[in-house]
Design a protein around this ligand. Structure first.
Ligand code: AHG
Ligand code: MN
Ligand code: MN
Length: 330
């Protein structure tokens, strides 16, 4: 038996409507943070479009330059970087930006903007050309220098606990936006044909325990010994090994299914490979809000004292029980 209701199911709550509803409960509820989240979501739509047609136009492959980290830039790294910077400049809420792709602070020439943003415009560079999931990671701070003045490095180096919002966009089998403003984690799925994000999950909670471990085992011999011991333990327990090589995608899977992601110090990266400001802090904030955990092996990621914009850190992140277990090896 069908009736009109079952034939025509509701389309759901759009991101815009959700943000508007939530606005009164946001920190500093003046609407600017809401607008900023919308700017990021819009840039995400544009990147999504670029990625989807990447094979059709000449935007895959290497750009021929190295970024501030000394890593080869892909064309889409550069495109995503430009798109996000433009969106944040045009939005008017942000006074300064740092990104993985640029060494110094990028000023938006809008000193009235109350916020600063740290961003990894495209995460998972090695997967761009091969149709594997990639993402964007962002972290938002309210500036501590007075508005109307030029922002400084201190606006960025406030520490993970000062983030007012953080999130990521995952360009995967579907494109989703996941963010928190410190009141739980909400996820939105992008509907291509309507050009809108729709609410897919409110107050997402990660399983406390799991059996997936994600680590680049090719570096096993060069990892520090506690990491090696823990990885051996994962094998003894017959855990499932899953490693995409895009942090956002690996993190997201483990967040939903229960699992742990590790990037320990290795010979090549003695301080770890991942970047604190625009990879680890934002994901650690999401993890904490979802009941999961993140550590550098010795302290909570969110408690790490930041000293430089492109600081690296080891990271162990995922289901709280699994992280607790892993830390017993450190
Ligand atoms: P990015 O593409 O932004 O430089 O980040 C790559 C990071 C992260 O996404 C991923 O988990 C990790 O590098 C993979 O590193 P390995 O190839 O060393 O495993
Ligand atoms: Mn990255
Ligand atoms: Mn990147």
């Amino acid at each position: 038996m069908t009736n009109h209701e079952t034939l025509v199911s509701p389309v759901g709550v759009t991101l815009d409507r959700f943000i508007k509803r939530q606005q009164s409960s946001l920190p500093f509820a003046s609407g600017e943070l809401s607008q900023l989240l919308r700017d990021i979501a819009l840039a995400g739509k544009i990147i999504n479009r670029e990625i989807n047609r990447a094979g059709l136009v000449d935007i895959t492959g290497a750009f021929g330059m190295e970024n501030v980290q000394g890593e080869a830039q892909q064309k889409l790294d550069v495109i995503a970087n430009v798109r996000f910077i433009r969106a944040l400049k045009n939005g008017g809420e942000v006074s300064a930006i740092i990104t993985e792709e640029d060494e110094g602070i990028i000023y938006t020439d809008n000193d009235e903007g109350k916020y600063v943003v740290a961003i990894d415009p495209l995460d998972g560079s090695s997967n761009i050309d091969v149709n594997v999931s990639i993402g964007t990671i962002f972290s938002i701070y309210r500036r501590i220098t007075p508005t109307g003045t030029k922002p400084t490095i201190d606006d960025f180096l406030q520490g993970g606990r000062s983030q007012v919002a953080a999130g990521y966009i995952l360009y995967g089998s579907s494109t989703i936006l996941v963010y928190t403003t410190g009141q739980g984690v909400n996820t939105f799925t992008y509907e291509n044909s309507l050009g809108e994000y729709f609410l897919s999950q409110t107050d997402l909670k990660s399983p406390e325990d799991g059996s997936i471990y994600s680590v680049n085992e090719g570096y096993y011999n060069s990892f520090v010994s506690p990491a090696r011991a823990y990885i051996t333990n994962c094998k003894l327990r017959d855990y499932n090994s899953r490693y995409i090589g895009s942090l956002v995608a690996d993190f997201h899977r483990n967040l939903l299914k229960g699992g742990i992601y590790l990037y320990p110090p290795s010979k090549k990266h003695p301080k770890g490979k991942l970047r604190l400001m625009y990879e680890c802090y934002p994901l650690a904030f999401i993890a904490e809000q979802a009941g999961a955990a993140a550590s550098d092996g010795y302290q909570d990621i969110l408690d790490i004292e930041p000293t430089e914009l492109h600081q690296r850190t080891p990271m162990i992140i995922g289901s709280s029980e699994m992280v607790r277990d892993a830390l017993s090896y450190f």
